[in-house]
Design a binder for this molecule. Sequence first.
Ligand SMILES: *Cc1c(COP(=O)(O)O)cnc(C)c1O
Length: 350
Amino acid sequence: MFDVQKLVRENIKNLAPYSSARDEFSGTAKVFLDANENSFGSPLTKWYNRYPDPHQVAIKAALSVIKSFPAEQIFIGNGSDECIDLLFRSFCAPGKDNVIICPPTYGMYEVSANINDIKIKKAPLLPDFQLDLIHLENLIDANTKIIWICSPNNPTGNSMERSSIEMVLNNFNGLVVIDEAYINFSKQKSFIQELQDYPNLVVLQTLSKAWGLAGLRLGMAFASEAIIDILDKVKPPYNINTATQELVLKALEEVGQVNDMIKIIVDMREALAHVFKQMPSVEKVYPSDANFLLVKIADARAVYDFLLTQQIVVRDRSSVELCENCLRITIGTEKENTLLVDAMQAWYNK
Ligand SMILES: *Cc1c(COP(=O)(O)O)cnc(C)c1O
């Protein structure tokens, strides 16, 4: 049986969380002299002199409606990257515990593990970029706390097979984190709706990609209340600043506009994939459920360098295992995509 209290680090289980001024008194009053703020104001909007809501109540309420999911089971981080770090710090004992990742995948899992002195075990994806379940199972030991699954995956772009993810969820007694940063670009259903069946599941999403708000830094973790309570206890009290909270709240009213953008990006992804496939020396355009394409190309590094001379920056993934000679190309605006395609054609015609 899965028991989150057995999984959490001993020092975290016993941690008395910081109690902020806003925690001790959160009602209305005429005079606030409890948080050593500057009562005179600020050079900016007048309320920026006050600390932000440490619990992001308004944002969670709005997200709860959009996601049809209970607010008590939502954690908000300063980007998904903070959620990733907090999962390590809450559940993995440095120098003792380990986690499993499935490369090629998002780089922050490994960096965050290294910062926290957590051992990384690797079950590389199969040549078709799907999970290697047998290898995964063989890596699990008594100190394995988290299995990280990125779906749709960065940089490969594909979604993991649902049945494989379910197999991991059903057979692993630690946490299974599914990073759904790109889920809005995919036809796959989010695993958020499965959370009631899996107490060991954490789903990560972000406003950085489909919502176009990478600069505001807002990531989300969806999980059982028990897991969310632990992350809340460990996070810095004021991790989401007032400007971000205000702007995100406004943005969350525009679901329709975001859905329109997603549709355009997905259409352009398919159109661009078609154009790339016609190009000489493009060996493969991998199917993508994300807002980028992974393209295998002869002489990827030289193409990358040439594009730079045309002031176009893509991501060179040539040195990544299983992504040899691959460029990762984000879908841009119509104009940007045309510039890219023209530049690539110019390269071949040189
Ligand atoms: C871009 C990306 C994120 C987003 O991280 P933020 O910190 O929320 O900007 C998370 N996971 C993956 C796989 C990504 O590619």
